[in-house]
Design a protein around this ligand. Structure first.
Ligand code: OOG
Ligand code: MG
Length: 257
């Protein structure tokens, strides 16, 4: 049997992102499974690298029940981040560059000395140099923000942009910090870092394990997004967004009017 057309699916997803135009889901009709979807994701991100973007990190997705429930997919997934997706803290995005952008509060890790493939993280404070509050802007390339597990994996887990607040040394506990997402100064979502796999540090173990299965090694100096603690909220033109994580401070971005 001939498998799914990996290059063709990656091209469709890439063109959808470039033109900010939604497409229909592809996995069911092409017989795409999750493993092959990661191959599509690699090809989709390679398309960005071919035009000069640089890999700067990894993101986890669906590490909280709130996120799983919002999109109806209940497996932890991971995606790739490039330099062009990074927005300066307090910076501006244009909602017109996206299809139906949503924002969500995240915790970011700055990676340091990572274990060899197959080894557990062991010392978190050796593997992670600093932590920061962050905002992820996700933008599914599928119509109505609706997808199956292989669809969202192929679509680089809806990755579109991210902003990172000030880095701090790793605090003693990361497992029960309050998380807020504010839009125009009003609280839109409330949560706790405990929602992220019980402790966001676990997201790193999962990232190493799951990415390792596909031969991807995390690098010193990379950013790692542990996954949102709350559901995501639509980003409207003109909105001011702030994500606050207790003890870590806040990250912000605004959307052009
Ligand atoms: C998939 C990406 C999920 C997270 O933090 O859980 C994600 C989506 O919700 O479209 O980034
Ligand atoms: Mg996210």
């Amino acid at each position: 049997m001939i498998g799914p057309d990996v290059a063709g699916i990656a091209e469709k997803l890439g063109a959808a992102a470039d033109s900010a135009t939604a497409i229909g889901q592809l996995a069911a009709e092409t017989g795409l499974d999750s493993d092959t979807a990661y191959t599509v994701q690699a090809a989709l991100v390679q398309r960005r690298l071919d035009r000069g973007e640089r890999l700067v990190g990894l993101k986890m997705g669906l590490t909280s029940r709130a996120k799983m429930a919002q999109v109806g997919v209940d497996e932890v997934i991971w995606g790739r981040l490039t330099d062009v997706m990074r927005v300066p803290d307090g910076g501006t995005v244009d909602t017109g560059d996206f299809i139906h952008p949503r924002v969500e509060p995240e915790v970011a890790f700055l990676l340091d000395r990572l274990p060899e493939p197959g080894e557990p993280v062991g010392s978190f404070t050796r593997a992670v140099r600093a932590v920061a509050p962050a905002i992820e802007l996700i933008d599914s390339r599928y119509a109505n923000f609706t997808f199956s597990l292989p669809d969202v994996i192929a679509d680089n887990t809806s990755a579109a942009a991210f902003a990172i607040g000030p880095w701090s040394p790793v605090p003693d506990g990361l497992d029960n910090l309050g998380v807020l997402l504010e839009i125009d100064g009003r609280v839109a979502q409330v949560g706790s870092t405990a929602a992220i796999l019980g402790d966001p540090r676990r997201a790193l173990d999962e990232g190493l394990r799951l990415a390792g299965r596909h031969g991807v090694r995390l690098r010193k100096g990379w950013v790692f997004l542990a996954g949102a603690a709350t559901a995501a909220v639509p980003l409207r033109p003109g909105a001011h967004v702030r994500a606050v994580v207790e003890k870590l401070g806040s990250a912000s971005l605004k959307a052009l009017p």
